[in-house]
Design a protein around this ligand. Sequence first.
Ligand code: ADP
Ligand code: MG
Ligand code: ZN
Length: 480
Amino acid sequence: MEYETVIGLEVHVQLSTKSKLFCSCSTKFGAEPNGNTCPVCLGMPGVLPTLNGEVVRRAIMVGLATGCKIAPYSTFARKNYFYPDLPKGYQISQFDQPICEHGEIEINLNGAPKRIGITRIHMEEDSGKLIHGENLGNPDSSYVDLNRASVPLLEIVSEPDLRSAEETKKYVEKLKTILEYLDVSDCNMEEGSLRCDANVSIRPMGEKKLGTRSELKNMNSFRFLTRAIEYEVERQKEILESGGRVIQETRLYDPDRNVTQSMRGKEEAHDYRYFPEPDLTPIEPSNEMIEKIRAELPELPDAKKDRFVAQYGLPLYDAEVLTASRGVADYFESAAKNVKTPKLVSNWVMGDILRVINDNGLAAADCPIKPENLAEMIRLIEDNVISGKIAKTVFEEMEKTGKSPKAIVEEKGLVQITDTSAIEAEIDKVISANPSQLADYKAGKTKLLGFFVGQVMRAMKGKANPEMLNKLLEERLGKA
Ligand code: ADP
Ligand code: MG
Ligand code: ZN
């Protein structure tokens, strides 16, 4: 039997606002435990929440960027459950009237676009954190840190439109790119600012009805997300193939053992007794407000990608890679605007620049090779001052020293030789030193041209202009 995988995602994004969702406490990561708290986020009796308007603005930004309808009227609700990291005994969230609905995100599957539906986006507060005593030399105790309590989150829920772990990864990558462009979250997966719950089911190929899903909780890396889904799909296949039934449950992925394990079944599922939050008024954004936010949106990844193709004549593939990160796209543009051949900039950025920033875990803006310097190096190539090969040496020096390419070329005497007579003199030497290769070449082994090019290049320490060398050598061999 062939099966189809069906996945829907719930993504939680921590917003990088200065203050929390319902009080003015700081959201800064790494403060003293409980240093960022006040009676409101500590859930003291008698306090009242005050809605942070910036959170609403950012929720609308994300909704507009993903093509959602912005609700003219939406409300907060209390989601009731008991846990020591939730002092109020309920989480303020949104339930049946979320702020955004019915959007979509486009992903690229080997050149073919696919739209993934966004069911809803809603605002909610984060919980605190429990720190278990084993790590503090006190195994009998647990500690509560409420710095994260009431930090604003957006929950972004997708339709069950994803069909593989690979598609799911692309969807999360694209969503992350959009959030980074909007600058609403730092999207740091290791620190938990972006975490995913994946709902996974399978069904016989061709079947319309959805299979029973399991929900994989809180994955905060692309690798774990992919592996957990792949494991889960295989697990469900084995169950169905041996005549069993998948049960609806929440599972946790254990990266050390690469398995998912049951956390709780549907029977133990919470009844959250949702009810409207009485301490907050409904959110009713005016059309003016929504249109103002729309007008202030930055250029988004898809639009930037299309513009890169049109404006710089880049292949779609290049545009896609460059615009996957706003920082890299900005880097490319500040270098490309000052050269004749933007495609050369694209090649260097996609290759060596991405390598440098990825290897060192840097933002593009912090790359030791500044875009002005990359552009200057490319102009040296365009003006035939250096060859592409010498550029590799110049690049390495820039990476080490941060110096300008012109300074490096001068200091190291890397200027390429375009003096015809100097190149010809070396050609003559090489030809007379290799009579048997010359004979073979004349007998028809024209592939030996490469051998001669290599010999002359070596003698000239790689500095001969490659096009001139090729041309002169061919002429000379023809006459020899
Ligand atoms: P809950 O709040 O209980 O998790 P929702 O109805 O909000 O339930 O669904 C959450 C996510 O699960 C959505 O992303 C949805 O697309 C996805 N989903 C629902 N049913 C299935 C299914 N049978 N297989 C895969 N994903 C599903
Ligand atoms: Mg869920
Ligand atoms: Zn507070």
